[in-house]
Design a protein around this ligand. Structure first.
Ligand SMILES: [Zn+2]
Length: 399
């Protein structure tokens, strides 16, 4: 019976999803932070994910800097959803558990919560075992904080996984590898393609460091060194000289070029873009014109209903709920009913979602049947009947 109804991959009418996920490095003042937010949110008109530093050794923009406005601005932007992730506990070489306690107490006092963590450079409390080595998840170490950070609400982490493949949650194909090659920069981009193939092979050989590569999913379940399970996500950066050389505002045009977006749409995939918007952020510089143009083009893709451009947390939450949604469809006396039973989240545990958890979830349905959507016995009232989408199929969405 379920075959007549299908859970659509993305909210109607989108065909792919993308989030710009920016580390706060180089955003050294509150003024610069606000300028970036204003430019992205208002001038370009898209949502993206920013991060923050709790501490900064050079007293740059951070929660505990000597500038009282910093704290006010960071708290305000966590509250409104513009800041979604810790960027480590900041720039702090002598970081200890007590610093995490101080940070979490301050955030709780202000009644703001975060679900995402992003490792930062060589911060000693990082969760990564490899490139950005840290001890944040090793019980007994003075840097151990993961129990506190997880209790506070963090469930999605990024450690060091980066891919050059455009579009996650789509299979690795020969074409997806060949598309890494840019004929204008043949040798460096070709090297990226070769490295990607090697990473896939290492992943197939069960290397934990490259576990993301063969399946090319945006999220994996990771068991950290204190035995805690979390969702780890991968970010994307296909810059031809490698991500380390292409992580600033100036190279963003390359990561979200028209060719990339077309490819993302055709692969019906997710992308979380790795960038530092504060690095080389200067709107008057000639070299940044391409990025400004590319961002305007991205906005158009969002407006035209092709790419779901949203915050990283929104995409990650959507992906997990969608993946683990337990639902069924029945047809009685000509009346159809989609019943949502639970979300069988393997990290959080199984739970019954509320209608707000399922906002924008879309089902393809036959057009001759009247269909209700229920969460167990409870009927969801706000159901939107959509126009035919790009595939010519009829669908309904939870409003
Ligand atoms: Zn960083």
């Amino acid at each position: 019976m379920k075959a007549e109804v299908e859970l659509r991959k993305f909210p109607y009418p989108f065909q792919a999803a993308l989030s710009i996920c920016s580390d706060i490095d180089h955003t050294d003042s509150a003024g610069k932070f606000l300028k970036i937010q204003e430019f992205m949110n208002k001038e370009i008109g898209i949502t993206f994910t920013n991060t923050f530093f709790p501490f900064h050794e050079k007293d740059e923009f951070s929660l505990f800097s000597s500038c009282p406005d910093d704290k006010k601005i960071i708290i305000e932007h966590i509250r409104n959803g513009n800041i979604e992730a810790f960027h480590g506990y900041g720039e702090k070489d002598d970081f200890i558990r007590k610093d995490a306690q101080r940070t979490l107490a301050e955030l709780r006092k202000n009644d703001v919560f975060l679900k995402m963590w992003i490792d930062h450079a060589s911060f000693p409390g990082n969760l990564c075992k490899y490139r950005c080595f840290g001890k944040g998840d090793i019980p007994g170490q003075k840097e151990y904080h993961l129990d506190l950070t997880a209790d506070y609400g963090v469930k999605y982490i990024w450690t060091d996984s980066l891919t050059s493949i455009v579009g996650q949650d789509a299979p690795v194909t020969l074409k997806s590898i060949l598309l890494i090659i840019d004929f204008k920069h043949f040798f460096s981009s070709g090297l990226n393609a070769v490295k990607t193939v090697l990473k896939i092979i290492m992943g197939l050989l069960k290397s934990k460091k490259y576990r993301f590569f063969p399946a090319n999913k945006p999220v994996h379940i990771i068991t950290l060194r204190d035995k805690r399970k979390m969702y780890e996500f991968i970010r994307y950066n296909n810059y031809f000289k490698g991500a380390a050389a292409g992580d600033s505002f100036s190279e963003l045009y390359y990561l979200i070029s028209k060719k990339v977006l077309k490819n993302l749409i055709s692969r019906k995939a997710y992308s979380l873009v790795y960038v530092h918007l504060g690095k080389n952020f200067d709107l008057d510089q000639d070299k940044n014109r391409l990025t400004i143009q590319a961002l305007r083009n991205l906005r158009q893709e969002a407006d035209s209903g092709r790419i779901y451009v949203a915050s990283s947390l929104r995409l990650l939450d959507y992906y997990i709920k969608h993946k683990y949604l337990n639902w069924d469809y029945s047809l009685v006396n000509g009346n159809g009913c989609i019943t949502i039973k639970s979300i069988d989240d393997p990290v959080r545990g199984s739970y019954i979602p509320g209608p707000e958890d399922l906002m924008n979830f879309t089902f393809y349905v036959p057009d001759h049947v009247n269909i209700k959507i229920k969460i167990n016995q409870l009927e969801i009232k706000r159901i939107l009947k959509n126009k035919l989408d790009y595939s010519g199929k009829m669908s309904i969405s939870i409003g």
